[in-house]
Design a protein around this ligand. Structure first.
Ligand SMILES: NC(=O)c1ccc[n+]([C@@H]2O[C@H](COP(=O)([O-])OP(=O)(O)OC[C@H]3O[C@@H](n4cnc5c(N)ncnc54)[C@H](O)[C@@H]3O)[C@@H](O)[C@H]2O)c1
Length: 334
């Protein structure tokens, strides 16, 4: 055992630019593989509800036994934070040495949340979308949107992206920025959810809405949907009729039933657990198919799992050590 006395503090600025989406997708896919092989401890998130403020707080621990990585994330979701000029989601991650319990690092988890959520979408899209998918619809142009986009671009040759957000400014800014960053892709700001859904090969929904805004009649055969926004009880973005006719894969069965896209239809008895084909982990290890035919509608229901935070935090920590980034502090000893 090498005795470590210092805890590495890493801010968002430290983390920015030291890891890229391609490598995060690899470690996140690896984390789902470990889950599929039964080699992780990843209990469901624990929630606190700040009802009078319209927000919540989640605690997310994980241990990946075979790669000896363990971490815990504390993360909030406050959709009304714009008025305080704060992100809706802010997170802190503590990376733990499983051998001793020592806190190896305390780091910003806000950027890591965006990146690992994007990466999970990338993994799901790789296994579940049609390989010739070219047109992407994106509903929600907030903090997560960019990472959802870049992860999708890692796994598909997207040519056109249709973007809708109820906030006109957020939508137009996103489209303008992406048009500069990716000049070979056509970005179109659209005026309705329907225009971001109708005729798309892949759809990503990433809003905090509780009113389903994607209608079944807009979805063409063969579309893959990444339903990312619903991650707490009562949230839903898709017309339940879509779920009834689709092949549904979740990131975690218990979390999805509690708080994913399926939570409201299951609570109302419109859908049941047996309508869910399996977990992304099962797809990655080849136990369950992500897609069976070119004309089926597939849905990845993402709630966000702690193993994906842990492996991304581990990647960040190792890279920061290599690059001598961050601040070492003696947190514990006299
Ligand atoms: N599954 C996961 O792992 C995961 C991870 C992170 C965030 N989330 C969820 O994703 C959602 C978005 O997170 P964020 O950090 O991007 O939030 P954000 O507040 O930065 O952005 C949300 C965007 O959605 C838009 N929006 C709200 N309601 C809408 C509607 N009805 N139609 C179209 N646009 C609408 C807002 O104007 C805003 O631009 C939240 O619900 C969050 O809890 C899920």
């Amino acid at each position: 055992m090498s005795l470590k006395l210092n805890t590495l503090l890493l801010s968002r600025r430290d983390i920015e630019g030291i890891i890229n989406m391609c490598e995060i997708i690899k470690v996140v896919e690896g984390a789902f593989r470990e889950k599929g092989l039964g080699r992780v401890q990843c209990p469901s998130k624990v929630y606190l509800y700040y009802e009078k403020y319209g927000g919540d707080l989640r605690v997310m621990p994980a241990f990946l036994e075979s790669i000896n990585v363990s971490a815990i994330k504390v993360v909030n979701v406050h959709p009304n934070n714009k008025k305080y000029n704060l992100p809706s989601i802010m997170a802190t991650i503590i990376l733990i040495d499983p051998e001793t319990g020592f806190p190896l690092s305390i780091m910003d988890g806000t950027l890591i949340t965006c990146m690992r959520t994007g990466a999970a979408t990338g993994v799901a899209t790789k296994y579940m979308s049609r390989k010739n998918s070219k047109v992407l619809g994106l509903i929600g142009a907030g903090a997560q949107a960019f990472y959802q986009l870049i992860a999708t671009l890692e796994v598909l040759k997207i040519e056109e992206v249709y973007v809708y957000d109820i906030d006109e400014k957020a939508k137009v800014n996103f489209v303008n920025m992406m048009s500069v960053q990716y000049p070979n892709i056509k970005f179109i700001a659209v005026e309705s959810e329907r225009e971001a859904v109708d005729g798309m090969d892949v759809i990503i929904t990433i809003t905090p809405t509780r009113e389903p805004h994607v209608k079944v009649e807009w979805i063409k055969a063969g579309t893959h949907i990444n339903a990312i926004g619903a991650d707490a009880p009562g949230k839903q973005e898709l017309d339940p009729e879509i779920l009834k006719k689709a092949r549904i894969i979740v990131d975690d069965m218990d979390q999805a039933i509690h708080s994913g896209e399926v939570n409201v239809p299951i609570t109302k008895g419109i859908l049941s657990k047996k309508d869910i084909c399996g977990e992304l982990a099962d797809v990655v290890i080849g136990k369950v198919k992500g897609r069976v035919s070119d004309d089926e509608i597939t849905i990845f229901d993402s709630t966000g799992v702690a193993i994906t935070d842990a492996v991304t935090a581990d990647l960040v920590y190792k890279r920061a050590k290599e690059l001598n980034i961050g601040m070492n502090i003696n947190l514990i000893f006299k």
